[in-house]
Design a protein around this ligand. Structure first.
Ligand code: ATP
Ligand code: BTN
Length: 319
């Protein structure tokens, strides 16, 4: 089926006969595969008598060579999957094998894309970026401090460079445009965080997605914000270069060197929020972040500091 997709991805019309000849199958076999593409991968196809078949929108499939050509300074090996349960899960499996770090796992779709606390990340075929970069961390806890916020900066910068000027940051690691989520970040760690460990930087960016009935909160995509169809290979390359830049600064100088830059894109500063930790909730006003990336919350006039991967912020109705 992917062979058929590769023939159609130029967005031009192809006759059933030509497709059948290129694939070495009958026209009716082509027809069945086309129905499969529409039904299973949710890729609308135009059928015009006398002209043939055309993808309703051009498709940019992931291509390691094109990514490499657009990011020549990055030498990370790239593992690309047509379909995988979760790029983070695959990255964690690969850490146990013989892969040298850093390495990158990408997929056209995820059948079990995951968000924080076991939530689902909606991951349709060939529309978005599902990206997991694996790093080996040897510097102990200091190298992990604020790391997810640093990844947020790199993702936001990538989106701004792609024309989403209003992309901003919600603590700890969401990238939003106004109230709408455009990217999510999930860090997963194996090993001893105080000594040597591996961390998977999992990043989902909505790129060309224009509809998704199963996302249960406000969301947007690069296409919805800019009106343009985006070449995901170029965006993956850009993201890699931004990550390299920010991770290098973080490694050399720690999170404190990036605190001000993060604050300047902090969308909810000054807003009334509820901080949720499991069944517990604290109401307060967002004051900012500290030099380690922790949240500074004003609670009944007193500044309190919160950090940890299991915390969620929600705007209060009166914010
Ligand atoms: P918080 O982490 O502060 O609780 P959150 O509500 O965004 O914020 P996350 O666990 O970070 O929760 O992200 C998972 C949520 O993101 C899902 O519950 C769903 O509402 C939403 N979501 C799932 N897929 C997508 C997607 N492709 N684009 C935008 N949002 C999505
Ligand atoms: C969140 O906002 O809760 C985090 C979403 C993270 C989604 C990305 S997509 C690539 C990687 N693989 C996953 O299963 N999750 C992350």
């Amino acid at each position: 089926m992917l062979k058929l997709l590769k023939l159609l991805k130029d967005g031009r019309f192809h006759s059933g006969e030509a497709l059948g000849a290129a694939l070495g199958v009958s026209r009716s076999a082509v027809w069945k595969q086309l129905q499969h593409l529409e039904g299973e991968l949710n890729l609308p196809i135009h059928k015009v008598r006398g002209k043939g078949y055309q993808l309703a929108a051009p498709l940019f499939l992931l291509d390691a060579e094109e990514i490499g050509a657009n990011a020549p300074s990055l030498a990370w090996p790239i593992h690309i999957f047509d379909s995988i349960d979760s790029t983070n899960a695959e990255a964690l499996r690969l850490i146990g094998g013989a892969c040298n770090t850093p390495f990158l796992v990408l997929a056209e779709q995820q059948s079990a894309g995951r968000g924080r606390r076991g939530r689902k990340w909606v991951s349709p075929f060939a529309q978005n970026i599902y990206y997991s970069l694996v790093l080996r961390i040897e510097g102990g806890l200091r190298q992990l401090e604020g790391l997810s916020l640093v990844v947020g900066l790199a993702v936001m910068q990538t989106l701004q460079n792609a024309g989403v000027q209003n992309a901003g940051l919600k603590w700890p690691n969401d990238v939003l445009v106004g109230p709408k989520k455009i990217a999510g970040i999930l860090l997963e760690l194996v090993g001893d965080p105080a000594d040597i460990c591996h961390v998977v930087l999992g990043i989902g960016i909505n790129v060309n997605m224009q509809s998704a009935a199963d996302v249960d909160q406000q969301w947007t995509s690069v296409h919805l914000e800019t009106g343009a169809s985006i070449n995901r290979n170029c965006l993956v390359a850009q993201l890699g270069m931004q990550l390299q830049h920010y991770l290098e600064r973080h490694r050399a100088f720690g999170f404190s060197a990036l605190q001000q830059e993060w604050e300047s894109s902090h969308l909810w500063r000054g807003r009334a929020v509820s901080l949720i930790a499991g069944v517990n909730q604290v109401d307060g006003v967002v004051l900012g972040i500290d030099s380690q990336g922790a949240l500074r919350l004003g609670v009944s006039g007193v500044e309190k500091i919160y950090s940890g991967g299991e915390l969620s912020l929600r705007l209060r109705d009166d914010s």
